[in-house]
Write a protein that binds this ligand. Structure first.
Ligand SMILES: [Zn+2]
Length: 562
């Protein structure tokens, strides 16, 4: 069966409601653990059915936003899905109160209960009005950012359309373009400050309504973190400061030399005067290369990629009416991952076939787990995708041809350089929610102070507005998904370990990685990395040990020739 034959039927939510109510009532009155297990499994089936329909709608709507049928169905789903979360919450509450908890634990595992506990700590009915207001404010921010109309060199552009100019090889062009982007944020300073101030106070009120001191604890629960907290993350950031910040300074010096610019400014965003590495060949050619790569990589990846191709589980071309960006999702009813992308001739196209395929490979490998344990948390999930980018290295030459070495250098050095920025975004948010009564100006001063710690070489030159501490205005996660950002960096540190292991012993590295993929979300982040025998980023020494071999490899490349 091909993706186009996957059947969508609008769920009858009146019927769904009745079924959930009956499950919950029977569960509460149940006199045996065995019966409760069956009821939970019945609820899982129902969740999977509805989730599959909602996912089909969202995929088909994103492929063609002009298709009225799926546009309507999408609205219908948006209206009705909160009902499902509500039943899930009620069922969770009954599960933790069950007199047969021990029997349920034996069947579903301890982590199932850890997940329920965290979700109950993160959500209560009394938060609903706050959550509605929160998404309203987040949407207001997104709308403001998406609505940017920046006049530049005779044209009018939104923020993402400005990026070819802000990354131009012509220094004057990228400098002026950056100033224009800055100007957009300056014009909206008051509006952005207001939205963020409201969000911070709202989240602080949410935390207090749930009995927490401030939003930090609640924010961690809302991220679904079951086995680490603020203290561990703080220790991790300290290691970034000690080991990665100096390494990035070295990379920056190399870049200055490469570009022939003595003192780099914040607008010197380009990596090479000769442009970025680009894949060679058409979309079909790149998919063929990927097919060959997954065939050679392992038996498991071969089976996976063949499945994806046989069922048409990709939509890769850019076309009119198609939503931007890329993602990987999963349709439980058909046990099928799906990859959505907009190919554009940049190295992004290869990322889709390695990074997004890494996500798809993981969900394919863990598809038989219970619904809440197929995907891990975000920090766990990105290990699979970022590591797959590294497992793909032996085939990079087939994608990039003469740009292979340039790709290696860029891939590794930009991943290392990202870590301090990610930690900066995270520490900033801890400061903000620790002191929710800071004024907008105090928040900006906090950003600039921390920016000097994590990105000491950042020089804004004549950009006075950025110098004030406003770069974070463009980082959507800070507004819409608090405390999420550090997850990318945690996963990156784990993926680096696979880069190292893979060069030392491919067999062992692959075995550990595949095992991690099959585990899906059956454990928390710390539990997963223990099971895969990776070093925890939270423990002293891990970061410096991980960075060293990467920097040594980069030293073997003469980047002045690239
Ligand atoms: Zn990803």
């Amino acid at each position: 069966m091909k993706f186009n034959d996957f059947k969508y039927e609008r769920p009858d939510f009146e019927q769904v409601k009745k079924e959930f109510e009956s499950i919950i009532e029977t569960f509460k009155a149940s006199k045996s653990g065995q019966e409760q297990i069956q009821l939970i499994e019945k609820a899982f089936k129902l969740f999977d059915e509805i989730d599959s329909m909602a996912t089909l709608v969202s995929i088909r709507n994103s492929i063609n936003t002009k298709d009225e049928f799926y546009e309507n169905e999408s609205e219908f789903m948006d209206e009705n899905m909160p009902l499902i979360s509500n039943y899930s919450n009620i069922l969770d509450k009954s599960i933790v109160k069950s007199p047969f908890k021990d029997e349920l634990k034996v069947h579903f595992g301890d982590h199932f209960f850890n997940q329920i506990e965290v979700s109950l700590k993160a959500f209560d009915e009394k938060l609903i009005p706050f959550i509605i207001e929160e998404s309203k404010l987040s949407r207001e921010y997104s709308k403001l950012i998406a609505g940017a109309q920046i006049e530049f060199e005779g044209g009018v552009y939104n923020l993402s359309q400005m990026s070819p100019f802000t990354q131009s090889v012509n220094r004057k062009t990228r400098h002026q373009a950056q100033l224009k982007v800055s100007g957009f944020f300056e014009e909206n300073e008051k509006a952005i400050d207001d939205i963020y101030d409201k969000l911070v106070h709202l989240r602080d009120d949410m935390a207090k309504a749930m009995g927490y001191k401030n939003y930090i604890e609640l924010g961690y629960y809302r991220m679904g973190r079951t086995d680490y907290g603020e203290k561990e993350v703080n220790n991790y950031r300290e290691q970034i400061k000690a080991s990665v910040v100096p390494a990035v300074s070295k990379l920056t010096e190399r870049k200055a030399k490469r570009l022939g610019i003595k003192d780099l400014k914040s607008y010197d965003t380009i990596a090479f005067l000769s442009g970025n590495p680009t894949p060679k060949g058409s979309k079909d050619h790149l998919v063929d290369v990927a097919k060959n790569m997954y065939q050679e990589m392992s038996e498991e990846t071969d089976k996976f990629f063949t499945f994806m191709l046989n069922h048409d589980l990709f939509d890769l071309d850019s076309k009119p009416g198609k939503q931007g960006g890329g993602y990987c999702t999963y349709i439980p009813k058909y046990e099928s991952p799906f990859i959505f992308a907009n190919f554009n001739g940049t190295s992004h196209d290869v990322d889709v076939l390695t990074h997004e395929a890494g996500h798809a490979f993981q969900i394919f490998s863990s598809r038989h787990h219970i619904p809440s344990q197929r995907w891990p948390g975000m920090e766990g999930a990105e290990i699979h995708s970022m590591s797959m980018e590294f497992f793909a290295w032996p085939w990079v030459k087939d994608f990039f041809k003469e740009d292979t070495e340039k790709y290696y250098f860029t891939h590794l050095s930009s991943a290392i350089s990202f870590l301090p920025y990610g930690a900066l975004v995270d520490e900033f948010q801890h400061e903000v929610y620790k002191k929710p009564d800071m004024t907008p100006d105090e928040r900006k001063a906090t950003w600039r102070r921390l920016e000097k710690v994590y990105l000491p070489s950042k020089d804004y030159d004549d950009d006075h507005f950025m110098e004030k501490g406003t770069y974070w205005y463009r980082q959507g996660h800070i507004f819409g998904s608090p405390f999420y950002y550090i997850d990318y960096t945690l996963a990156q540190v784990c993926a680096f370990q696979y880069w190292i292991k893979n060069r030392e012993n491919h067999e062992m590295a692959w075995k550990s990685y595949y095992h991690l993929c099959t585990l899906g979300g059956t454990k928390g982040f710390v539990g997963l990395i223990e099971a895969a025998k990776l070093d925890s980023p939270f423990i002293d020494g891990t970061i410096s040990r991980t960075i060293k071999p990467l920097m040594a490899f980069l030293d073997t490349i003469d980047d002045t020739k690239l």
